[in-house]
Write a protein that binds this ligand. Structure first.
Ligand code: PSU
Ligand code: MN
Length: 299
């Protein structure tokens, strides 16, 4: 695993580091906007006083912390694979390149010693699970690594109550950030309650320290941070277009890894880009908060 010099030095000195995933860049956002967003997210981490560590696999080598050229490859290279945790070994052995999902990123970042990770929305239990058994590998992996994942909930294309239930079963903690309701990714709320709420980054850092002190088998902490109400997608538009997207997915027989990118892309195209703006707004907020949490934790 190649940990960049800057990230290595920060970790060695106990300075704050925030891991960022690359699937959202390579497969979740349209080009060329994706590269701008990738660069902006790294800048936001720096502005928050932390070091960004974007994670990806390049030519069979897992990287934690990318330079400008490597980031541009992730955003622009065609044929880049989508790598969950289980895909890492085959990709390394084959010398392949790919963007890492939440599960791939959380695994590599935790191995490097990073405690805080920011993304858009987690994967989870898909609607129609009873027929397809499609549950993102994100959930099980997060039950096994000690990392805080700052996200805007799980993507609203999923079955949110079922996903929350699975997180409970798997023993993954969920903390609402200044909210008592689980966020809805493009929407500020999913309408589902959360059991725990934190009011500040310092409070979240306190939970991380408590996890460290308790020890035992590691598990993640989901820090659920809503997109600001002013920047959310119009809920009526969201519900209407999502229903169409799910129908199109079923009609075109899209399955497996392709489902999430298909749905996200459908939403972007059929909301005139409004879902893209809500998605980017959510990720920005998560990255800012992650930098604050990493800073409070390092203090
Ligand atoms: N959040 C976004 N856009 C994305 C994803 C999350 O805003 O593209 C990605 C993440 O990498 C997540 C993955 O891990 O989608 C889940 O894919 P699947 O449902 O196939 O496990
Ligand atoms: Mn899946």
């Amino acid at each position: 695993m190649a940990v960049s010099d800057e990230v290595r030095e920060a970790l060695d000195r106990g300075r704050p580091v925030v891991a960022l995933e690359s699937t959202i860049i390579a497969h979740g956002l349209p080009r060329p906007r994706n590269l701008q967003v990738a660069e902006e997210l790294e800048e936001l981490v720096r502005a928050g006083g932390a070091v960004p560590a974007t994670v990806a696999v390049l030519d069979g080598r897992p990287h934690v912390g990318l330079d400008k050229e490597q980031l541009a490859r992730v955003a622009g290279e065609s044929g880049l694979r989508k790598l969950g945790h289980r895909d890492l070994a085959p990709a390394v052995a084959a010398g392949a390149s790919g963007a890492t999902t939440v599960s791939g990123t959380a695994f590599l970042a935790a191995r490097a010693g990073i405690r805080v990770f920011a993304t858009g929305g987690l994967g989870g239990v898909h609607r129609e699970w009873a027929q397809t058994q499609d549950e993102s590998a994100d959930l099980r992996l997060l039950a096994r690594v000690r990392i805080a994942v700052v996200c805007a909930g799980v993507k609203s294309v999923l079955d949110v109550p079922a996903t929350l239930q699975r997180l409970e079963t798997l023993g993954v903690g969920v903390l609402g950030f200044r909210t008592t309701e689980f966020p809805g990714f493009y929407l500020s709320s999913s309408g589902e309650p959360v059991d725990w709420t934190a009011g500040s980054a310092a409070e979240v850092a306190g939970v991380l320290r408590a996890q460290d002190a308790l020890g035992g088998p590691p598990s993640a902490l989901i820090v659920a941070n809503p997109v600001p109400a002013a920047e959310q997608l119009d809920p009526a538009l969201h519900d209407r277009v999502l229903a169409q997207a799910l129908a199109a997915c079923a009609r075109e027989g899209v399955t497996g890894q392709a489902v999430t990118p298909f749905l996200l892309d459908h939403l972007v195209r059929h909301t005139d880009g409004a879902s893209l703006e809500a998605n980017v707004a959510a990720v920005r907020g998560n990255v800012r908060l992650a930098a604050e949490i990493a800073t409070a934790y390092a203090a």
